[in-house]
Design a protein around this ligand. Structure first.
Ligand SMILES: NC(=O)c1ccc[n+]([C@@H]2O[C@H](COP(=O)([O-])OP(=O)(O)OC[C@H]3O[C@@H](n4cnc5c(N)ncnc54)[C@H](OP(=O)(O)O)[C@@H]3O)[C@@H](O)[C@H]2O)c1
Length: 248
């Protein structure tokens, strides 16, 4: 039995990961965490029916740092050990608003970066004590270089990725593992209605397959789909004088 903690369980990518885990191992036992209680219960009931294991759940807004320890205690009580962890919460703020409302900008940065860093700080200690367990954190290609169209979101993802890069090394010394996931465009409620180049948009299922496989293979940084590694390498190497003239 593999004990799987999913934080941000209502995310389309997280739901596809749960589907993928159940497909690969119907004995998986889940502990699902999200901030919408009705949706959370539905998802937990569904996972219980599809596995031979009861699923647990916990209501959490990741910005409520005071509730993080109670969530982790409840997850450990339900799962025994944290074998797999997925951290998926994220928001894609409107950049125009971020340029006018400093408080809102800081709130969005916290949701996408500092609150998750707080959560991972506690979870890392659990994995270190267990000397096992694999954690995947969904960052983004947006963190690889700030763009005028979404640099608040990109800056938060960059902070998350850099934190993960250091934590990855620390956890490797205890037998645990951390993988930073950098998806490109994915067709989820987060991107609904955005004018994205169709050929570059992946399904949540494709991204989930990459995440579940990547975690089993102890990948450190996962660009998903993989061609985003090349796209971002090119974007990172464009000189700033030229980058300023591009409408990215
Ligand atoms: N879609 C893309 O193109 C794309 C690309 C790169 C990276 N990502 C990242 O992938 C992750 C999953 O996003 P998605 O694409 O699956 O979009 P999604 O379906 O909109 O999921 C976003 C999830 O984040 C949760 N969330 C937001 N703020 C939260 C908070 N304060 N506390 C708890 N949960 C919170 C939302 O919960 P509610 O249901 O309660 O709102 C929702 O479940 C995010 O980290 C996102 O940044 C997405």
């Amino acid at each position: 039995m593999t004990g799987i903690l999913v934080i941000g369980a209502t995310s389309a990518i997280a739901q596809a990961c749960v589907d993928e885990w159940i497909l690969r191992d119907p004995q998986s036992r889940f502990f699902l965490v999200a901030r919408n209680p009705q949706r959370l219960k539905q998802l937990a009931d569904d996972a219980s029916v599809r596995t031979s294991q009861p699923s647990g759940f916990f209501e959490l807004d990741v910005n409520d740092l005071d509730k993080h320890p109670a969530m982790i205690t409840a997850a450990l009580q339900h799962l025994g050990t944290l074998d797999r962890i997925l951290i998926a919460p994220g928001t894609l703020p409107d950049q125009a608003i971020m340029e006018q409302d400093a408080r809102q900008a800081v709130r969005e940065f916290n949701s996408n970066a500092t609150s998750l860093i707080g959560l991972m700080t506690l979870l890392a200690n659990v994995l270190e004590a267990q000397k096992s367990g694999k954690m995947a954190v969904i960052s983004s290609v947006a963190g690889d270089r700030g763009r005028a169209s979404n640099y608040l979101y990109g800056a938060a993802k960059a902070a998350l990725s850099t934190f993960c890069s250091g934590l990855n090394v620390r956890l490797s010394r205890s037998g645990a593992h951390l993988m930073t996931v950098k998806p490109g465009f994915v067709a989820t409620p987060m991107t609904a209605g955005l004018p994205l180049p169709e050929k570059l948009v992946a399904s949540p299922q494709r991204v989930a397959q990459g995440i579940v496989t990547g975690l089993e293979k102890d990948r450190n940084v996962l660009y998903v789909p993989g061609f985003w590694w090349l796209i971002m390498w090119i974007i990172r190497t464009i000189p700033t004088v030229i980058f300023k003239r591009l409408s990215l």
